[in-house]
Design a protein around this ligand. Structure first.
Ligand SMILES: [Zn+2]
Length: 248
């Protein structure tokens, strides 16, 4: 029997049969893994408290034929304030869903682990604008996974004057003069583009210092989702659908 000790964040937790839960975990050491938490649906289970969204803990797992099984769990942090605030909850859940969808199993992503942990901490401490923190996370996770958007200036001539046109296939922006005729592009104002560029260079704690107008935030959301949609099916996110409902 192969035992594995890992520090992990719970990305997803769903019922499995009458007694168990099936978890998607992002471990610091081994990347994303699926694991069964036996008996975790029972109220008296020792595992029940630690297998919900927004848990960071130290897990002891053993490997079966196809899945890991949680043997022991020590909760490190459970982000209680996120659970009390409906918007923070929806954003936190969306960040976990996005991470779960974008990562492959069997590959370590320590920087993504730290990014998600730090963003959950910011949501928990209610330090930053939740919406900007969500946009920051979207840009950062894509960048960490190798899809870093080029937003410093026109890809062709380097002009920083704006307005710009974003191209998914080129992974960057063009100015009006250099816009390739055959590209399908997303118009991007200089202000929203600068906001995205600033967020990409930040740590989660610094997002609290950023101020943006409602129209810039709306434009950045449209841009990020246009960019994300190129890599992942956006309509499947429950956290995002819920956010649209409470804050259209
Ligand atoms: Zn240009």
């Amino acid at each position: 029997m192969k035992l594995l000790k890992a520090r992990a964040l719970v990305l997803r937790s769903r019922p499995l049969g009458e007694r168990d839960r099936l978890l998607s975990l992002l471990t610091l050491e081994h990347g994303k893994i699926s694991a069964v938490a036996p008996g975790a649906r029972k109220v008296k289970s020792k595992l029940a408290a630690g297998v919900d969204y927004f848990t960071c803990g130290s897990f002891l797992l053993y490997r079966g034929r196809s899945l890991y099984t949680v043997s022991q769990l020590e909760i490190e942090k459970s982000f209680r304030s996120i659970r009390m605030d409906i918007r923070a909850y929806a954003y936190g859940m969306y960040l976990a869903e996005l991470t779960d969808k974008l990562l492959q199993e069997g590959e370590p992503y320590p920087e993504v682990f730290r990014l998600l942990l730090n963003c959950w901490s910011c949501l928990d401490e209610n330090k930053a604008d939740n919406e900007l923190l969500g946009r920051f996370f979207e840009l950062k996770i894509l960048s960490l996974l190798g899809y870093h958007p080029h937003l410093k200036g026109c890809l062709y001539c380097g002009s920083t004057a704006g307005p710009f046109f974003w191209s998914n296939s080129s992974g960057g922006i063009f100015c009006e003069k250099c816009l390739p005729a055959e590209e399908s592009v997303f118009p991007f104002s200089k202000g929203a583009c600068s906001l995205a560029f600033s967020l990409l260079g930040m740590t989660p704690a610094k997002v609290s210092r950023i101020r943006a107008s409602e129209s810039q935030k709306k434009e950045l959301k449209d841009f990020n989702h246009h960019f994300l949609q190129y890599w992942v099916e956006m309509s499947s996110f429950q956290g995002l659908a819920f956010l649209e409902k409470i804050n259209p």
